[in-house]
Design a binder for this molecule. Structure first.
Ligand code: SR1
Ligand code: MG
Length: 423
């Protein structure tokens, strides 16, 4: 048996030498390593990402580091996140074929995944900042979420298989811990790593941190996140985890995957569209983003409509798990009962997704991990004005989520807040 070499981080200089004999990579890009061109392109918070181009083609080599890249080695983070990412990608491909990059190779010790190089795809967040309107994203992402969330749950899977998977992903403790702190708690007190646009937002931030209803709601959502192991989530489904062209959409980076509430992925995703909406003013020249704003609200509405329609379709055609069995409803001629149950399930997802969306907006403006939609607005007063609107919107949908009955209502609220002047 050949002894496995201990983990060692790759670099642009060492990659060809270390992976030159990797059959999966050589098959894709060619064996002539002297002709390989290697670039490190990782712009996320955690990992190394290399694009390797050879005579025959290109591939992506993604490697986890034993610490949080954004912060440095003062914040250790286990390499096993790569294992969860690999297993989540295989499940997502099975449940929503064609929606994630193809995987060529996985090395658990080196925490390394070799996968398809998506080109000419770009990160969705960047496209939205540039004002690009992608025609297919709402449909593609809505279908992805409905298929992965439904098919990873007890609505669909054999109970034994789901429980085995639940146990596997339950070990993704440290990445869940990041979300539990960074998303649900830190934004609502003066946590060490927090930052916000200051002094412009100081007053509003103090107000939000003193807002009892908001804090209680954030903790109820954290409770839900931690205790409702409903389905295999992507776990970090924001616009930086999606790559797009005009005709294709792929979801990437599911290293935060674990069993949690369906509404979490949907809420986080929609929050990123609403943040993009509120950030447009910071990127526009003389009303140039009016159409983009209308597009973004349209995307949220279409995503939710597609999600609901596909989820309902799967409910009617693939409900083979132990929950709401057909033997209790359709098999007894009670199709109405199955529809009534579906309404309850969708209603619950709706209520909860608004909460998750609201706090995702807050944590991207008040916490450690901000997003480029706002960060790339150089004029700090303008950035703060955009952020303040998003913060107010987030507070409203998180606290009042049970009184908001449809996506059009949310989008009307967003438009009203956007039209308000000042902060
Ligand atoms: C310390 S990690 C910060 C954030 O980056 C990831 O993309 C997740 O969103 C996480 O919360
Ligand atoms: Mg990521």
């Amino acid at each position: 048996m050949t002894e496995k070499k201990p983990f060692e981080a790759l670099s642009v200089e060492t990659l060809a030498e270390r992976l030159g004999a990797n059959e999966a990579l050589v098959r894709r890009i060619g064996a002539e390593t002297s002709r390989w061109a290697v670039r490190e392109v990782g712009d996320g918070n955690l990992n190394l990402v290399f694009i390797v181009e050879g005579d025959k083609g290109a591939a992506v080599v993604k490697q986890a580091l034993p610490y949080v890249r954004l912060v440095g080695d003062s914040w250790p983070l286990p390499l096993k996140r790569s294992f969860f990412e690999y297993h989540a990608l295989t499940r997502q491909e099975a449940r929503a074929p064609g929606s994630v990059p193809a995987i060529y190779y996985f090395d658990e010790t080196q925490a390394l995944i070799i996968m398809e190089y998506l080109s000419p795809h770009i990160i969705l967040r960047r496209a939205l900042i540039e004002g690009q309107q992608l025609p297919g994203i709402a449909r593609d992402i809505g279908l992805f979420m409905a298929r992965t969330l439904f098919r990873g749950s007890d609505f669909s899977m054999l109970a034994k298989e789901r429980k085995a998977d639940l146990a596997l992903f339950a070990d993704n403790v440290e990445l869940c811990d990041i979300t539990e702190n960074l998303v649900f708690s830190d934004p609502y007190f003066d946590a060490k790593m927090n930052r916000h646009t200051s002094p412009q937002l100081d007053g509003l931030v103090a107000e939000l941190r003193a807002d009892r209803d908001l804090k209680v709601e954030a903790q109820r959502l954290k409770h839900l996140f931690a205790a409702n192991a409903e389905t295999l989530l992507h776990g970090d489904l924001h616009s930086g985890s999606i790559m797009v062209t005009d005709t294709e959409t792929r979801m990437i980076d599911p290293e935060f995957a674990f069993y949690g509430p369906m509404a979490f992925d949907v809420g986080m995703l929609l929050a990123n569209f609403w943040m993009s909406y509120f950030s447009q003013r910071g990127h526009e020249q003389k009303g140039s983003r009016d159409a983009m704003r209308a597009y973004l609200l349209g995307v949220t509405a279409e995503t939710w409509t597609v999600f609901r329609a596909e989820f309902s379709h799967l409910w009617r055609t693939e409900r083979t798990g132990m929950l709401y069995q057909k033997s209790l409803f359709e098999d007894q001629g009670d199709r109405l009962g199955a529809e009534q149950a579906l309404d309850h399930v969708l209603h619950q997802i709706w209520d909860d997704l608004l909460g998750f969306a609201g706090i995702e907006v807050h944590r991207r403006i008040l916490g450690l991990a901000h997003n480029a939609d706002f960060e790339t607005i150089a004029d700090e007063d303008l950035r703060a004005a955009c952020e303040a609107k998003a913060l107010k919107f987030g507070r409203h949908i998180a606290v009042n989520r049970r009184q908001i009955h449809g996506i059009d209502e949310v989008n009307k609220l967003a438009a009203l807040i956007e039209q308000e002047s000042g902060i």
